[in-house]
Design a protein around this ligand. Structure first.
Ligand SMILES: *[C@@H]1O[C@H](CO)[C@@H](O)[C@H](O)[C@H]1NC(C)=O
Ligand SMILES: *[C@@H]1O[C@H](CO)[C@@H](O)[C@H](O)[C@H]1NC(C)=O
Ligand SMILES: *[C@@H]1O[C@H](CO)[C@@H](O)[C@H](O)[C@H]1NC(C)=O
Ligand SMILES: *[C@@H]1O[C@H](CO)[C@@H](O)[C@H](O)[C@H]1NC(C)=O
Ligand SMILES: *[C@@H]1O[C@H](CO)[C@@H](O)[C@H](O)[C@H]1NC(C)=O
Ligand SMILES: *[C@@H]1O[C@H](CO)[C@@H](O)[C@H](O)[C@H]1NC(C)=O
Ligand SMILES: *[C@@H]1O[C@H](CO)[C@@H](O)[C@H](O)[C@H]1NC(C)=O
Length: 535
């Protein structure tokens, strides 16, 4: 039978309400140092609570029928596997913490509809999958803390309601699990503290229905609009992040109507100006390194002489390097500034905003850039010397014939480079670029050239920045064979390149039956070592 999600949730709610309550004279049993044989000997038919904490269990033995069991504690054992399905119709609390579980069987809670407290902390889980059993369930407390979780499946929290806490702290998530959280109905409190989320980007927390959110112990960067639409959010905790030195005021948008308390203690914050929509928000900003500035009065930070002249925070490096053809972005953060811009050493305007963007950096892109922040009370500056790193790529001529030239270059790694050629410098500049067929190719044969003609070739990055150029005169017509540049091959130290180049040349000749004669002569005329891979 197929049911829409809403109906299923309603059904579950009914089932939950039908879950039996605790009866006074219900027996409980505690098995110390439990082994599987001990547990198999138990008649659990009437038991309400079974504790096997600190035992020697490697697998959970079958206990069914256990129609009255409300609490099962198998924590601090050595559990590696669970049965595919647990049939405990009345079970409310399941504690599997401090075991060695690497996965939870898909749907292992599907026959235990009353479970509202699930503790799987201190195991070795890697993924929170839909099978964990949170989807379409109302729970109060779920802990997946202290595992090795790297991923939360987007459907894992589908329509979930967690009325107290969902704890994913101390795991290995590298991205904030926004996609999964957005599909939950409501989470009273959610923690991803002490994971590996270094950066929180624009909109990543949008439309999550959460009352308290904890992202402590990891962030280094928070972008504008990182928190812009969290209608239920009351408490935000961002503490213990030694790499977090600044929070932009525009990280917080205007759709946080419930926000009351933000804990920012024990970060490395130098600056945080009051977000525009915060009127009634309490902040704990203790244990940071806030600079003394009047922009921080609102945080109740007392400092001797809080000036209101602009202050550029020391977040910029003194020097920065950009690869030739690459890009660089520098953001100048200033407190109390009405205007922030970037000037070049010659006082030319480089950017009218706090962001300096250099793209397709040419050789002349480097130099001294100064961020100037100003308000009615004065000016503040900070400079960055930008250098352009030339990868020093050289273009070599490997071989020359009357109609084709084979070129090679010593670029390491794949880059978006192009080749152009023409009969003189002007023709070269106007020539349409050719992209080598494979991104990692290090050589290319240019065909269809005129005999006894001078050609220039250029290797460029990103169509704009020329890395190297070289000129060569093709052989006279009628001359057969290939003139090789052994010096170039030696320089490159790449016999493979030479073989490839020769192959390219031969394949092309092969494709033209009229030149078969040439091919034979060619083979005779060159070192056999280069042709090993051909036949
Ligand atoms: C359980 O094991 C511990 C250590 O192995 C031992 O000290 C303790 O007496 C055992 N408890 C019972 C009830 O057997
Ligand atoms: C377990 O206990 C129940 C209720 O006391 C009883 O009906 C049942 O026969 C017992 N089962 C076994 C295998 O002893
Ligand atoms: C589960 O057991 C562990 C250790 O045995 C305990 O610390 C933890 O509080 C228990 N979890 C719940 C939800 O009771
Ligand atoms: C927010 O924190 C306050 C004070 O710690 C607490 O009383 C309140 O219940 C929290 N709100 C939520 C939704 O967790
Ligand atoms: C903020 O977090 C810190 C560190 O976890 C804690 O010590 C402090 O009590 C919290 N502040 C408030 C007001 O709850
Ligand atoms: C600063 O202190 C005042 C008075 O104690 C308090 O009302 C206000 O909320 C505090 N400001 C912040 C941002 O916590
Ligand atoms: C390419 O070759 C030239 C000349 O031999 C050398 O100076 C340069 O460092 C090489 N570049 C790379 C990226 O290996």
């Amino acid at each position: 039978m197929w049911l829409p999600a809403g109906a299923l949730l309603a059904l579950l709610a009914v089932v939950s309400d039908a879950c039996p309550g605790w009866t006074v004279d219900c027996p409980t049993l505690s098995v110390p140092n439990a082994t599987e044989a001990d547990i198999l000997a138990i008649n659990a038919t009437l038991l309400c609570r079974l504790t096997m904490r600190k035992g020697h269990l490697h697998a959970l033995p079958a206990l069914e029928p256990a129609g009255h069991l409300r609490e099962l504690d198998a924590s601090e054992n050595a559990l590696r596997v669970l049965p595919p399905v647990l049939h405990f119709p009345a079970l409310r609390t399941l504690n599997l913490s401090h075991n060695a579980l690497t996965t939870l069987p898909i749907n292992f809670l599907s026959a235990s509809p009353c479970v509202t407290v699930l503790d799987v902390s201190y195991n070795q889980l890697a993924v929170v999958s839909a099978g964990v059993g949170l989807a379409r369930r109302r729970t109060t407390h779920v802990s997946l803390a202290h595992n090795r979780i790297v991923r939360v499946d987007p459907g894992a929290l589908e329509n979930a309601v967690v009325s107290r806490t969902l704890d994913l702290s101390h795991n290995r998530l590298r991205r904030f699990p926004g996609d999964a959280l957005r599909r939950a109905r409501y989470l009273a409190s959610f923690s991803v503290a002490f994971n590996c989320v270094r950066r929180l980007q624009r909109g990543e927390t949008d439309d999550i229905s959460v009352g308290s959110l904890d992202i402590s112990g990891q962030l280094e960067r928070i972008d504008a609009d990182a928190f812009r639409n969290l209608p239920a959010l009351e408490n935000l905790t961002l503490t213990h992040s030694p790499g977090l030195r600044f929070i932009p005021a525009d990280a917080f948008g205007d759709a946080l109507p419930s926000l009351r308390f933000v804990n920012l203690s024990r970060n490395a914050l130098l600056g945080f100006e009051r977000p525009p929509f915060w009127t009634d928000v309490r902040v704990d900003a203790s244990g940071n390194a806030f600079v003394c500035h009047c922009a921080h009065h609102w945080l109740n930070i007392t400092c001797v002489e809080a000036s209101c002249a602009p202050l550029v925070l020391p977040l910029l490096p003194e020097t920065a390097a950009v690869a030739l053809g690459g890009s660089l972005e520098l953001r100048c953060v200033a407190l109390g500034a009405e205007r922030v811009r970037w000037l070049r050493a010659d006082d030319g305007l480089a950017s009218e905003t706090s962001r300096l963007r250099l793209t397709h950096a040419g050789r002349e892109a480097g130099g001294l850039f100064t961020c100037v922040a100003s308000n009615a009370m004065g000016l503040a500056r900070r400079s960055v010397r930008v250098s352009v790193k030339d990868p020093n790529v050289r273009l070599f001529v490997l071989s020359v014939s009357a109609t084709f030239v084979t070129l090679a270059w010593n670029m390491s790694g794949a880059a978006p480079y192009v080749l152009r050629w023409g009969v003189d410098a002007a023709a070269l500049d106007n020539a349409s670029p050719t992209f080598p067929p494979a991104p990692r190719a290090h050589s290319y044969a240019v065909h269809g050239l005129r005999p006894a003609t001078a050609y220039c070739f250029a290797l460029s990055l990103d169509a704009d920045v020329t890395l190297d150029r070289t000129c060569v005169t093709t052989a006279a017509d009628g001359l057969v064979g290939v003139e090789r540049s052994y010096a170039a091959i030696a320089t490159l130290g790449l016999a493979a390149v030479a073989a490839l180049a020769a192959c390219v040349a031969l394949c092309v000749i092969n494709a033209r039956p009229t030149r078969t004669v040439r091919r034979v002569e060619l083979i005779e005329s060159v070192d056999a070592a280069f042709f090993i891979e051909l036949d």
